[in-house]
Write a protein that binds this ligand. Structure first.
Ligand SMILES: [Zn+2]
Length: 254
C-alpha cells in the first residue's frame, strides 16, 4: 500500500559533506520509516552520522534542535558544520559553548596530539583511555574530541567533536586548525610534547651539564616541563611546522 508507506516515513536530506558519512552505497535523500517516536539526533546517528558533525536541522524554514521529533511525511534537512566552527559561541544545537579551545585526542589520531601541543594547544591524550573515559574527560573539562571513531562521537556526553578526515598527522593538524578557525599566531614551543603541561623558562646556566655540546653551542633559550623535567628549545621541528603552516596560509607566529 504505497499511500500507507508514505504516511509512515520521513525524508532526510543530508548536505554533501554528511552524505559521505552514510553507509557505503547510500546517497541522496533517505526515506526513513517512523516505526517509533525518535528524535532527529537518534535517527541521523542511526544512519551513521554522529551528532557532533551536524550544524543545522531544518524543516521548511524552521531551525530545530537535536530533540526535534519528526512527524510522518515531513522532510528534514540536515547540514554539516561549516568551517570555521566557533565553539566558544552558543548556537541553537549547542547552547552551552566551551570557554576555550582545548582538545582530547583519541588513540586512532594519536600523533595529532603532539602536533597540537607543538603548536601550543592544550591536547589531552593518554594511551589506553576507553571511549567512556574520553567522553567523560571531554564532558568534565569541556574539551573537543578528535577521533576517527564515529561510535565515540555518538556518545551523548560529547557536545563538541570532529571526525578527523585526513590520513596523515600533518594534514590532520591543518584540518583541525582550519575547521575550528584557529588561524594563528601560534604559541610554538610552549607546551610539553609528552605530557601536555605548560613549559617554564629556565636559565641556560642551570641546565648546562644536561645539554649536548651542539645544543649548548647553538641555543640560548630553554624551557622545562614542570612534570617530566624534559628540556626544550626551539629546534628544527618547530621551524618545519611553522613553514608548513605559513605555506598553508596561516599567519606568522613571530
Ligand atoms: Zn612533560
Amino acid at each position: 500500500m504505497p499511500g500507507e508507506t508514505t504516511s509512515q516515513t520521513i525524508t532526510i536530506i543530508l548536505s554533501e559533506g554528511l552524505q559521505e558519512l552514510l553507509r557505503p552505497g547510500k546517497r541522496g535523500p533517505v526515506v526513513y520509516p517512523m516505526g517509533r517516536r525518535a528524535s532527529i539526533k537518534d535517527i541521523v546517528e542511526s544512519l551513521g552520522v554522529p551528532h557532533t558533525e551536524i550544524g543545522a536541522i531544518r524543516v521548511e524554514d524552521r531551525d530545530l534542535d537535536f530533540g526535534f521529533i519528526p512527524a510522518p511525511g515531513q522532510a528534514v534537512r540536515v547540514t554539516g558544520i561549516e568551517a570555521p566552527f566557533e565553539v566558544t559561541s552558543p548556537s541553537l544545537l549547542r547552547p552551552e559553548p566551551i570557554p576555550v579551545v582545548r582538545f582530547v585526542v583519541d588513540v586512532n589520531v594519536g600523533r595529532l596530539a603532539a602536533l597540537l601541543r607543538l603548536t601550543g594547544f592544550d591536547a589531552a591524550y593518554e594511551n589506553g583511555l576507553s571511549d567512556s573515559e574520553i567522553a567523560e574527560l571531554a564532558h568534565r573539562d569541556q574539551r573537543i574530541v578528535l577521533t576517527k571513531d564515529r561510535a565515540l562521537l555518538k556518545r551523548s556526553k560529547i557536545d563538541y567533536g570532529r571526525l578527523v578526515r585526513a590520513t596523515y598527522p600533518d594534514d590532520q593538524l591543518l584540518e583541525t586548525l582550519q575547521f575550528f578557525g584557529l588561524s594563528g599566531p601560534f604559541d610554538f614551543f610552549s607546551r610539553c610534547l609528552r605530557c601536555n603541561r605548560k613549559l617554564q623558562p629556565i636559565a641556560k646556566a642551570d641546565i648546562l651539564p644536561r645539554l649536548e655540546p651542539k645544543t649548548k653551542k647553538y641555543f640560548n633559550t630553554f624551557k622545562t616541563c614542570p612534570r617530566c623535567d624534559r628540556i626544550y628549545w626551539r629546534g628544527s621541528h618547530c621551524d618545519a611546522m611553522e613553514a608548513r603552516l605559513k605555506a598553508a596560509g596561516f599567519k606568522d607566529s613571530f
